[in-house]
Design a protein around this ligand. Sequence first.
Ligand code: SAH
Length: 157
Amino acid sequence: NQQLYTSTSREAAQLFQSDPEAFEIYHRGFAQQVGRWPENPVHRIIRYLRRRPASLVVADFGCGDCKIASSIKNKVHSFDLVPLSPLVTVCDMAKVPLAAESVDVAVFCLALMGTNLQEILEEANRVLKQGGTLMVAEMDSRFEGIRAFVNAMAQLG
Ligand code: SAH
């Protein structure tokens, strides 16, 4: 986990390509960890999406086992470095195979990991429609200051 948060998204892609077992170990650890939390943020995101129109197109960046795609009726584009599920499109989230302004909601649930996060957020901005929704769930400890983060996001559009 620490390695993913301290390398670029391209380095993470190379790591998992060269060592598929590393991905399995990482995911097992991730699922165990989140299982101990009082609430898994992905469930909160699913509850939110269920209250919104099923016509909205969603992009799930760093989808893991595709909990979102398998829990809602919407069209969901699920991106990850390794396919834990047949619903996954394998790619680096810094460059997803979607047209500009093609999605209504972009989600990063515990997945905004690469040090090139500016590039990753610019990619989300590229694929989001005007007035679309960006959802980010991260650990408190990952932020140096929420306000500074939100201001930087605003500057990215
Ligand atoms: N969003 C899921 C999984 C979170 S774990 C959930 O909440 O259950 C973080 C996920 O981000 C992992 O599956 C990891 O492989 C993926 N990830 C990390 N860096 C990535 C990158 N550069 N491109 C695509 N996926 C990435």
